[in-house]
Structures are given as structure tokens and as C-alpha cells.
Design a protein around this ligand. Sequence first.
Ligand SMILES: [Zn+2]
Length: 457
Amino acid sequence: MHVTPPNWATLAEQAVMHLCNLIRLDTSNPPGNEAIAAEYVARLLTAHEITPVVIETAPQRSNVVARLKGDGSAAPLLLYFHTDVVPVERDKWTVDPFGGVVRDGYVYGRGAIDMKGIGAMQLAVFLEIANAVRQGKLTPRRDLILAATADEESDANQGIGVLAEKHPDLLQAEYALSEFGGFSAHINGKRFYPIQAAEKGNVWMRIIAHGQPGHASIPTPENAVVKLASALAKLAHARFPARVTQTAHAYLSTLADNIGGKQGVALRAWLDMDALREVPIQRVLGNSALAAELHAITHDTVTPTGLRAGYKTNVIPSEAEATLDCRTLPGTSADSMVKFIQQLLGEDHHSLKFVVDSSTSAVEFPTQTPLFKLIVHTLQRHDPAGIPTPYMMSGGTDAKHLARLGTTCYGFSPLQLSSNENIFELVHGHDERIPISALAWGVRVLYEVVASWICTP
Ligand SMILES: [Zn+2]
């Protein structure tokens, strides 16, 4: 590796500046309005003598892609981030969520973590590498691509999904790095670095019960509300079988070997002995947030999230509807999810209608790769006590769109957080914020991984 290191303090300052500037551009989705963020990114790239491609997928919904050329002897690396954020409940914030406020060592604002903070790191790294290449300090073999895209925080895709479909040549890469991993997570006093290599799919669907309408003064078992409620109660108590995919297995193994104590032993036993899979993981680990997360990544799940029925107290409606958010493991299709739900409901399912509104497949990428190894080594070098591990996310990211192009995607956005900072509490929360020290640590780790990888044959 022939990398002349940049000035790390300056690199961190650049990342903080980009983050504050991006936060000040309100890209709450809906409606998104990501064109203002795209304009910011495009202007920066142009100022660094890089010509960006700006693609507007709908009015005010723009995406930016830029490329630094390597010598072409090895396949490209893609860094990508979404520029939209989830909306805020303004009165619950103690600072202006779109002020880009720096206070007590944190940058506050919507998107500080998810994911303008990561985007700012990618941007700083990309521009720094561009400078190094221009000055002849770095001779990349691989193209480095940067994509700042719209509309991740919704299912109506105006972002990377459209780009992957209509402009695959812009994004085509061997590997891609983005959210949601590489940050430190403290479990039982140990510091882990989950690197996302898999994510669950989703099936967003409705169950509709039809019944006999009538006057509410005469109760009937043909009441649609009652039918729906009883189906939901059955689903709430249903036990889906445990299935441990290779990424979940690697994650659970790392936890079992490192958290120690009774919990570690119990987790190892649960993993090693198939019969024990019948035992709920909650009972293995005790009732904790960790058990809930591990349950989610080892099971298909169904969560009712909405109900709709009735219009007047004294009228039995003819229809009642529930929305379900189902999350699927790799290998579970939308069809098999619906069939499984029907099975669980038994005979009752014949009187219900099942409508799938949208679905995405789970994705799982190999971790026995040279880039994954480089990520692990770089993390270990910067935090010798830290424990990097492959990780499966219970939610989903834009990685599924790139998976269709054959790209191996890792959630790698390094942040070193202290033990009292939980990333899951910061994401989408009120007073979303990122510690500047975590960002400064992360941007250096990201630079080292990216600069080293693009020069690797
Ligand atoms: Zn995100």
C-alpha cells in the first residue's frame, strides 16, 4: 500500500462541515426534496474538478453519481448514501433539527446518524482521495464511485432502485460500502463492530376480513372485526421456527465466544444443538433487548402495525383490515410467507383475504472476501480491544437494489461510540446527534479502508 496519509484533523473537520451543511438542507421524506442535497454534492465535486452525473427521477428528486478513475486493472468500489431523512416532531427537539447545531462535542440534526453523517464521511474521503490522486500520491487500480441518492426512507423508490434499473453502468461495482454497520456496539462490557453482510427482506401486506353487516344491538360471530381480531391474536402468539443463516451464525458465534459467562455458554449451546432451537432465545439469554434482536435475525417475523374497520358505533361493518409488516430471512419468499401465515391461521384463513402490497427479498453476501478481511484488520488496528463481526440487520437498506447488479454490499460506516451511546436509540429519534469524536475516528478508518482497497490488485 502506497498511501501518503492525509491530515486526519483536517479530514475530520471537512466531514463535520459537510454534515452541518447537509443537515441544514431539509430533505424530510416525504416529500424528500433531495435536489437541494444533490446540488450541494454536485457543486463540491465540480469544485474538485470531478464532473458529476445528476439524474432527476422526479421533480425535486435528484441523485448524484461521480467516478474517480483507476487504471482499470481491478473492479470498482462504490460508496453510496441516501440524502433523504425521516420527518421530525419539531416540538420534541431541544435544538433546531435542521440547524446543523454543534453542541457539547456533538453535531445535532435530523440525519446526523441516518445517514448524512455517514454521507459526510464518504464525501470527505472521496474528495481527499481525489486530491491525493491528482497530486500523484495515490495510484488507484479500481474506479471509486460515489453515489448520493434519494428516497431510501420510503418504499416508492426515486433513488438507487431507479438508478440500478435504468443506469446500471453508473453503479456497477464489485463491492459497495454504506450503512448499516461498522459502528461500535457495547454488549456485556465488550465492544463489538458489527459489519453488515446480510439484511432481512420485507413483505408488507394486509389481511382483510369480510363479515355480515348489521345492527350492533344483535351480536353475530360473522362480525368482520371479531374475525380479524381473532386472526391477529393467533398471529401474535404464533411461533415461527428458528433458522440460523450463515451471517447470523457468524454473528451469534462471535457473541457466544466473547460475551462470556452463563449467557455465552447458553448461546453457544443454543447454536450448536439443533434441538435447542425449539427453545425461545429469550429464555436462553434472559429477557433483554439483545434477545429480541437475535430473535429477529433468526426468525421470519410478523408485526401487525395498523387496523381499519367501522364507521359508526352501532353498525357492524362488513369489512375489517389489518396491515402487517413481515420481515423475512434469506430464502423466505413473499409467497411462502403468506402460505405460512395461512397455515398458522388454520381453517380461519379461508374467510380472510390476503393482499401483498410490496415485498423485497432478503440479501446475504459472502464475508470470506479480501475486502471484508481488510475491513476487519483496519478496525482491529484502530481498536485492538474491539471485536469485528459479520452482522445481519433485522431491517433493510438500499443494498437490495445493488445486489441485483451482482454487487457485494457491506454495511460499513465506522463510528467509535462510547458505551453510553446506543446507535439504535439515536437513529430516527428526537435530538438525533453524532459525537464528533466518533466521526473523526470513523472518517480515518473509512479513508484507510477505501484508499487501500482501490490500490489493491
Ligand atoms: Zn438510512
